[in-house]
Write a protein of this length. Structure first.
Length: 214
């Protein structure tokens, strides 16, 4: 069994019009935990947002493509969204939903607007999926390899830089109790700023812990 992680770069950025209207400094999309294309051509999605959820509700209320939504007050940014689909996104989601491979949810949204998705399956099916996806959206193969165990799966969720930082954090004792190293120690060891290392650690922990829960 193989896995591949790809980066999708949609030409129109957010793909769903409601997110085009959001100020990314106010509301940030972090993960897509689930999606389902309905027979009427609409889609239901389970997002995880970070930021001002009141702003998100305002945008959803004002957008005619949003049919229904539910933003929990104390749901860690979890948002249920039922909305209309433009044709490019419909084709993409149908392609992803109907392939003979497993989508390793959640799908991650990167700060530059790209999506990171990991697929698991047989080599020929993964190759066909990659070729088919490239016909619909700009696609970059980030990594691929054997899918053996839970540890390999979790490692596949992280970028090379994130894995480097996580390994350094473990080796330096950042996760020891009591803690033997702080973020500044890690920053000095790796050669990055404290803010950059802190941001990477937040993303690493969110990515791995989300996988552990769902």
């Amino acid at each position: 069994m193989k896995y591949m992680t790809v980066l999708l770069d949609p030409d129109d950025g957010a793909l769903i019009s409601a997110f085009d209207l959001m100020n990314t400094d106010t509301v940030i999309r972090e993960y897509l935990h689930h999606f389902n294309v309905l027979t009427d051509g609409t889609v239901v999605l389970l997002y995880q947002l970070r930021g001002d959820l009141t702003h998100a509700r305002t945008i959803f209320d004002e957008n005619q493509d949003v049919l229904h939504y539910d933003v929990h007050e104390h749901g860690d940014g979890i948002v249920y969204l039922h909305c209309k689909l433009d044709e490019p996104l419909k084709l993409l989601l149908l392609r992803l939903q109907n392939v003979e491979v497993i989508i390793d949810m959640p799908i991650e949204f990167l700060p530059d607007g790209r999506l990171r998705i990991t697929f698991i399956g047989e080599t020929d099916r993964l190759r066909r999926l990659l070729d088919g996806t490239k016909e619909l959206v700009a696609t970059t193969l980030e990594r691929k390899g054997e899918y053996h165990s839970e540890s390999n799966r979790l490692r596949s969720l992280l970028t090379d830089r994130q894995r480097e930082i996580l390994i350094t954090a473990v080796e330096q004792g950042y996760y020891d109790v009591p803690r033997r190293a702080g973020i500044r120690d890690l920053a000095d060891e790796i050669g990055l700023s404290v803010a950059t290392v802190g941001e990477h650690l937040q993303k690493i922990e969110a990515r791995i812990l989300t996988q552990a829960v769902y």
